[in-house]
Design a protein around this ligand. Structure first.
Ligand code: ADP
Length: 684
């Protein structure tokens, strides 16, 4: 029981461990999934923001390019005015109007073909201190741009340069030079100065500059002009676009800070949704698992309790052994039967404490045979065990191989039934049977008494006549001479010898009855059939002579001896013979023959049987009689006891044989019974 509990506990622990590891795995998986989700969402967000900023940068560049192209047209119109003869004042008025309109322009100059400053207009929106006297001659960048423009015969930009303001600050500026048209070389150059900062504020859409920082940089990253809020964060996004102008290439850089604000809500929503789904799923799975587990546990508990109750209430002892013969399990009934506790028995394999010492060797041999794999007889076998107090008791053992759930032979299972009580009852019934048989025998004897008197009559009458004859001879001898006396004495001697013979005969008759009644030997012995018949025939003949029955005996030659309780079988024969002769005691029946036959019955390799049959030509057995034939105290005769046949059948069955009867033709009955014979050489 303890081992069963231990195994059960181990199984439960294993189950709990498996459940815990499943849980850990689940939590790890969910965590991994969430981390991956956040990371992927972050990456996606970042790529979206990066795309957006790239798009914004290229939009900004396109805007600037379009605005510069528009400006070019206005400036070209101004140059046309310059080439005409409308005068300086008109040009200046136009230029001022242009500067008011386009705040990105800082200054417009009219320079002669030799690049000398003719006239200029400054933007009212920019407070730059121009050193006009210096600027009479072209600025180096201006000269370069104009040289370029002339060479290309199209407008060109200078590289940017820093122009200080009066207030200590300054602006990054770019010169834009429009060369005179090919037809009018004397018209001179129109030079417009752009402020890079103003280009960004004026030409780039406000939407773009509000959300991000837009700047012009040099190739090495130095910022030339910057617009927008410089908000810093851990995750900055940045895009660069080239603004290539004739004579100058600028880099437009855009820096964004769209990190958390747009990323967080999306990921959070996704996270919450994913986690909710995961949680609900886990919960459903958990509830289902829990319910299933509870049910399984309940069923297991029920089955366990039922098994235990069954084991505890069994009166049959149960014992399991493994393939090495070690006891692995005993139930309480077995412990109670042998008086040893389970602890004293478990694990034992040789010379078990309940084996009687005198039989231990034999049991050990039997166990070895069993362990060698020989299946025990299905119907079980009887054995003797010893209780703890030393008393022996008989048990019936039924053994079977122990096959586990996967069909593997793991040992032997045995069931034990204490058959002491059964034995006691059997003993009682045997004793009462014996008493009954003795009674039946006495009844036979009673019947025989009349036969005896009849039979004894003959020898007694003979004795008495011999005695009378002898007396007469003795009387006559008194008067006779010596010679006659001698002759008479000889006759007297003969008569006395006859008397002795007859007395002996009478004695034999009485002895045969006496022997029959007194014989007590119950042991089974091998007796030739002939001898059995020889013992009962004198008694049979007694009655046969009285009833005028001819007795014929026919024993098949070469029969093996019968293995039987001699006295009882003789009584069976006597009873059947007597019944047969009584059945023929009818005035109508003249042909009175009793046939007694002994033959070999069906035999096989393990056993041999003899069949005895007694055939009479009597009145036969009616159906009514046949139904009650073997019932004790059933008789049709006035002086009968009705015990004969029931006793006969009991005796025959005790020997393992069977008894039957059938009608005989043309009249009478045949009674047959079988008895075991001693197996012959070569038959076993
Ligand atoms: P009992 O001889 O004391 O009557 P049995 O048990 O020997 O008791 O026989 C029971 C009855 O069976 C007899 O009374 C008789 O009627 C019947 N019976 C037995 N043997 C024969 C037989 N060979 N033929 C006809 N009837 C028989």
């Amino acid at each position: 029981m303890n081992t069963a509990l231990f195994h059960w506990a181990v199984r439960r622990l294993r189950g709990a461990w498996r459940r815990w590891s499943l849980w850990t795995l689940l939590v790890a998986l969910v965590a991994a999934m969430l981390v991956t989700l956040v990371w992927l969402a972050g990456r996606y967000e970042a790529s979206v923001v990066q795309d957006q900023i790239e798009r914004d940068a290229s939009d900004a560049v396109a805007d600037i390019r379009a605005a510069l192209a528009r400006n070019l047209l206005s400036l070209q119109a101004l140059q046309t005015l310059q080439a005409g003869s409308s005068g300086t004042q008109r040009w200046e008025a136009q230029a001022v109007a242009l500067l008011r309109e386009h705040r990105e322009l800082v200054r417009i100059e009219w320079r002669s073909p030799s690049l000398r400053l003719q006239t200029f207009v400054d933007s009212p929106f920019h407070a730059i201190e121009w050193a006009n006297d210096v600027r009479v001659e072209p600025h180096s960048d201006t000269a370069l741009a104009c040289a370029n423009a002339r060479r290309l015969s199209s407008p060109a930009y200078s590289s940017s340069y820093f122009q200080p303001h009066g207030d200590g600050l300054g602006s990054e500026l770019v010169e834009f030079c429009i060369p005179p048209s090919a037809g009018d070389r004397d018209a001179g150059y129109l030079v417009a100065t752009y402020s890079l900062h103003s280009i960004l504020t004026e030409m780039v859409g406000h939407g773009l500059t509000r959300r991000q920082e837009v700047s012009f940089t040099e190739a090495d990253g130095t910022r030339l002009a910057l617009v927008g809020t410089a908000r810093r964060s851990a995750h900055m996004f940045s895009a660069r676009q080239l603004l290539d102008l004739p004579g100058n290439t600028l880099i437009l850089r855009m820096d964004g800070w769209h990190t958390a604000p747009s990323l967080f809500p999306n990921v959070l929503t996704a996270l919450v949704t994913a986690m909710s789904i995961a949680l609900v799923t886990v919960l459903v799975v958990l509830v289902r698992d829990n319910r299933r587990r509870l049910r399984a546990e309940r069923e297991l508990g029920d089955a366990f309790a039922f098994r235990k109750a069954m084991e505890d209430s069994l009166v049959t002892g149960l014992r399991a052994r493994d393939l090495q013969g070690r006891i692995t399990y005993v139930n309480p009934a077995f412990c109670e039967m042998v008086g040893f506790s389970a602890e004293e028995l478990l694990g034992q394999s040789t010379h078990l404490p309940y084996w009687p010492p005198e039989l231990a060797e034999e049991y050990w041999r039997r166990q070895k045979v069993r362990l060698a794999g020989n299946a025990p007889p299905r119907e079980g076998f009887e054995s003797v065990f010893m209780r703890k107090d030393g008393t022996r008791f008989p048990v019936l053992i039924i053994e079977a191989p122990l096959i586990n759930a996967v069909g593997q032979h793991t040992g032997w299972m045995s069931a034990f039934i204490d058959i002491s009580e059964q034995r006691r009852v059997e003993e009682l019934s045997r004793a009462s049977q014996e008493r009954l048989q003795a009674t039946a025998r006495l009844a036979t004897v009673g019947e025989m008494a009349s036969l005896l008197s009849h039979e004894l009559n003959q020898p007694l009458a003979a004795i008495s006549s011999y005695a009378t004859g002898s007396l007469n001879l003795l009387d006559s001898a008194r008067d006779a001479d010596a010679a006659h006396v001698r002759a008479d004495l000889g006759e007297v001697r003969t008569a006395i010898e006859r008397i002795a013979q007859q007395a002996e005969r009478a004695g034999r008759v009485i002895k045969s009855v006496h022997d029959f009644v007194r014989r007590r030997d119950r042991a089974r012995e091998a007796v030739p059939a002939q001898e059995l018949l020889g013992d009962v025939l004198p008694l049979v003949n007694l009655q046969a002579r009285k009833l005028g029955v001819r007795v014929r005996v026919d024993v098949e030659p070469g029969l093996p001896p019968v293995l039987c309780d001699r006295v009882m079988v003789e009584q069976v024969l006597l009873n059947l013979a007597r019944n047969a002769m009584q059945a023929m005691d009818d005035p109508a029946i003249t042909e009175r023959t009793l046939d007694i036959q002994v033959r070999r019955a069906a035999s096989n390799a393990h056993s041999a049987w003899l069949e005895f049959s007694l055939t009479d030509g009597g009145i036969g057995i009616s159906e009514e009689t046949a139904r009650n034939l073997f019932t004790p105290f059933f008789t049709t005769r006035a002086e009968g006891m009705g015990l004969g046949l029931s006793m006969c059948r009991t005796v025959v069955e005790q020997h393992g044989g069977f008894m039957a009867h059938k009608p005989h033709h043309p009249r009478g009955t045949v009674f047959t019974f079988t008895l075991p014979a001693v197996p012959q050489e070569g038959h076993n």
